[in-house]
Each structure stands twice: as structure tokens, then as C-alpha cells.
Design a protein around this ligand. Sequence first.
Ligand code: ING
Length: 313
Amino acid sequence: MTRLITVGAAQLGPIQRADSRARVVDRMIDLIRQAKDHGCDLVVFPELALTTFFPRWWMESQDEIDTFFERELPGPETRRLFEAANAAGIGFKLGFAELTHDGKRARRFNTAVLVDKSGRQVGKYRKIHLPGHAEHEPWRAFQHLEKRYFEVGDLGWGVWKTMGGHLGMAICNDRRWPETYRVMGLQDVEMIMIGYNTPRHNPPAPDHDRLSEFHNQLVMQAGAYQNATWVVGVAKCGVEEGCEMIGASCIVAPTGQVVAQAITQDDELVVARCDLDAGLSYKKSTFNFAVHRQPQAYGMIVERKGAVPPSGT
Ligand code: ING
């Protein structure tokens, strides 16, 4: 018996600072319409999909920073998106900047929510690996202030039984860290949805720029294969306010193979029919965690944060 889920990776082209949420929602609803035409069950949108990638700018006014956050979701400007998906009978994952209050103070996270075909919010994830820096670094061609504008996510990496399978989420820089995939792999995840906004140029390491798409694909193929799971990576890309971000959205099978990939740096729906049982043969053999893993040897991975070189001469 195969458990097929038809997935639409809904890559978004650039969103300029002046682009309204309404304009962006129009574009996303068009991608949902295309997904419906292709028989998609699930649509995956990028990280911070409603606005331009604002951590590229140093801002002092919290009010100005907060214009990029959602205080409620769905809210007045995003309700149309939820209604369109529900009318199409399509579930979706949406990345956005979350501003919430815990009764004592405001909390700000780089967040993703998973909504099923009935419109129910079944899962939420808050980004844990925040890249970049927390202070103004004017030497950079552009800033990357995620460590300033967001808190480290406090929900862990969950896996939810929905859409006929075990689905999990991660966000952008998370995809570069093997721990991200393994925590979900240990929850028997079958599909991991990852949105990203990845500038091509990395100011502290410009020699990496030419390898941006290679590294993007490498980490998601590795994560998929080593945890016998589908990985759906979806970009917001193109030139936003003079800053180019890579596309290369792709759908990776548990075999590690890329089964579909975007070819533009614009709005583009990438579709694949994903058999959620495709990882089973790996989970029963090569990556049978219960049989082959040796957690007693892995303690350093949790106990030690930074690398410590060997002692001696
Ligand atoms: N963006 C980038 C990412 O991890 C980055 C940050 C860029 C890291 C280039 C390394 C090299 O894809 C986000 N938003 O995490």
C-alpha cells in the first residue's frame, strides 16, 4: 500500500520592502490555485514568506521592526490565504515573523505553522538555529540580524501525525545542522518541510558564495537520506532590495535523490507525488535506529557546544 501525498513547493520570488502583504497574499493564492490544478494535497511556503527579509537591515525603532511581524495568524491581511487554501482543500506550511505575548513580555520568533486540509493549525515551530549576529556590523554589504530580532525557538522540533503521515518542520539555517533532522528522525518523521531565505553572499566567508546552491542541496539530501525522510526545501529568492537570495527549491526523496527542483528565481510551483512509504526500506535496514545507533557514544554531541581541540604537543 502506498501513501501518496502530492506536494507543491511554492517558491516565492523577491518581496520588496514596499510590497504590501496583500500583494504577497495575491501571489501566494495564485500558487495555491496552481497547486489545486496539479492535484496537490500540501503546499509549502518559504521562511518569512509575507515580507521582505528584514534582518538585512539595522533598525533601532522597535515599532519599525514590528511592522514586519504578525500579531495574529490568520490576521486581517492573511485570512484570505487561509480561506483560499481551505476552499481548495489543501494543507500548507507558512513561515512568518511571530510577535506574541506570554503575559509578561513580548516574544518574537521566526516561526512556521502547519495547517491541514480542514484549515486546522496542527503544528507550530520556532526557529532554533538563528544565524548572523546581534549587533550592527556596518562593514557588511548587508546585515543578518536574526540573532537580534528573534529569540531562539522554544518549541523544539515536533513531528505531527497529519495529512496521512508524520510531518515535521525546520527553518532555513536549521537545515545545515544534522541534529535538526535526527531529532525528527527519532520521532519517525516521514516528511520535513523547510523554508529558507538564503543570501548568496555571506560577508564573513565570501569564498563560500559560489557554492551556495551546492551547500543548500547537499545538506537537504544528506538530512533526507540519513533519516529516511522526504525533505521539501522552499526558497524566497531573487534580488530583494539589492540583495540576491538563492532559489533552487527542491523536493528530496528518502533515497537522497532530488525528484523536482525550481529553475527560476521567481514565484514557481515545484510539484512531486511523494510516497510516504519510500523511506520504509531504509528505516528497516541501513537506518534502523533501534538496531544500529549507539547513543552511549554520542554524549559529546549534547554536552559540548564548541569544538575542543585535542590536548598534547
Ligand atoms: N539564511 C541563511 C541560511 O542558513 C546563511 C544564512 C547564509 C548561512 C549563507 C550560511 C551561508 O541559509 C537564514 N535565514 O538562515
